[in-house]
Design a protein around this ligand. Structure first.
Ligand code: C2E
Ligand code: MG
Ligand code: MG
Length: 331
């Protein structure tokens, strides 16, 4: 279609349910075709999808989760874990990433990959995200200074939060209420949520005005063009764990990691690698002049209660302990 001189494309997403195996009543058939259509949209749109047991199971689980999530904030079922981030040159703790956890009596602990998409779909991510931001800022503001320089706190923002009107106002309020200096707060945005450059530029500029830092999470996994990196005021790139995983064995992953580090540095940004699990990965990242790392090798995401003990141990032993421990384990 041509609308006011611009070209628009319409593509169909089709869900198909068959009588009699997918339902005996009109209502049941239409409901199942609808669930199949949502799957077809999830699969990238512009395709078709037959109903099957998987889809039926997925739709039921989504319904159950969204019902359980509705009152979860009021029932205080959310908590935050904090994963340390380490500078690769001297091993000091530069910050923590706040990671949301949900525990309910019915299901126990549910992984974020399962419940965060539902929070987004239902819009619940807005109040929950505001809670996360406030809780994380309060926690970081109260961190004791161990002499290493005050660590920063990184908070994940979903696409939906990034589009919410007056995000900057909400961030400013969280900073003010907690007393956390703006430069110690970093907001992580995924590449795939950066689709509308002009609108996002305004949001990012408003956030930068406050003095907070911005990073791009899961970098390298989205589809966005590189030109946005030049235009967005980004402080840090986070190399996605999927590239780090095989960096020692897969030359393609190694090339991607090297390229991302070079790209970041050439654009004047810092770069952190996620999901570092082995000493070998750490060594390669060090050789490639990656600035920072985060991953199970250093620490799993920790509860508020576990963190002080971890920090004390880390201060005593630091990066060297990991390297020697790993060497000893390998003989
Ligand atoms: P992310 O922001 O990329 O966070 C990193 C994920 O990798 C976390 O998973 C972390 O626990 C995990 N991880 C850290 N180190 C390692 C490692 O060495 N090996 C492996 N295999 N995994 C590691 P988690 O906590 O399950 O969170 C998953 C995703 O959920 C996050 O990915 C983020 O996109 C989203 N998320 C978490 N908390 C929030 C939140 O408060 N708000 C929003 N909007 N999204 C959140
Ligand atoms: Mg993140
Ligand atoms: Mg990530």
């Amino acid at each position: 279609y041509i609308l006011q001189g611009s070209e628009f494309y319409v593509t169909p997403s089709i869900g198909i349910a068959l009588y009699p195996q997918d339902g005996h009543s009109t209502q049941e058939l239409v409901m199942n075709a609808d669930a199949a259509m949502y799957r077809s949209k999830e699969n990238g749109r512009n395709n078709f999808q037959f109903f099957n047991k998987d889809i039926s199971h997925g739709a039921q689980e989504r319904l159950e989760l969204s019902n359980l999530l509705r009152g979860a904030l009021a029932r205080r079922e959310f908590s935050l874990h904090y994963q340390p981030q380490i500078a690769l040159d001297d091993g000091r703790v530069i910050g923590f990433e706040a990671l949301l956890r949900w525990h309910c009596d019915v299901r126990g602990l549910t992984p974020p990959n399962l419940f965060i998409p539902i929070l987004e779909e239902t819009g619940l991510i807005l109040p929950v995200g505001e809670w996360v931001l406030n809780a994380a800022c309060r926690w970081a503001a109260a961190l004791p200074d161990t002499g290493d320089g005050a660590p920063s706190i990184a908070v994940n923002l979903s696409a939906r939060q990034f589009r919410q009107p007056d995000l900057a106002g909400m961030v400013a309020a969280a900073l003010q209420a907690s007393g956390l200096p703006a430069e110690r707060l970093e907001l992580e945005i995924t590449e795939s949520s950066l689709v509308d450059v002009e609108a996002h530029l305004a949001t990012m500029d408003a956030l930068k005005q406050l003095g907070v830092r911005l990073s791009i999470d899961d970098f390298g996994t989205g589809y966005s063009s590189l030109s946005y990196l030049k235009r967005f005021p980004v402080d840090r790139l986070k190399i996605d764990a999927s590239f780090v995983r095989d960096v020692a064995d897969d030359p393609d992953d190694a090339a991607i990691v090297t390229t991302i580090i070079g790209l970041a540095h050439n654009l004047g940004m810092r770069v952190i690698a996620e999901g570092v699990e082995t000493e070998r990965q750490l060594q390669i990242l060090q050789e490639q002049c990656c600035d920072e790392i985060q991953g199970y090798l250093i620490a799993r995401p920790l509860t508020e209660q576990d963190l002080p003990a971890w920090r004390t141990t880390w201060q005593r032993t630091g990066l060297a302990s990991i390297v020697t421990k790993a060497r000893a384990a390998h003989g």
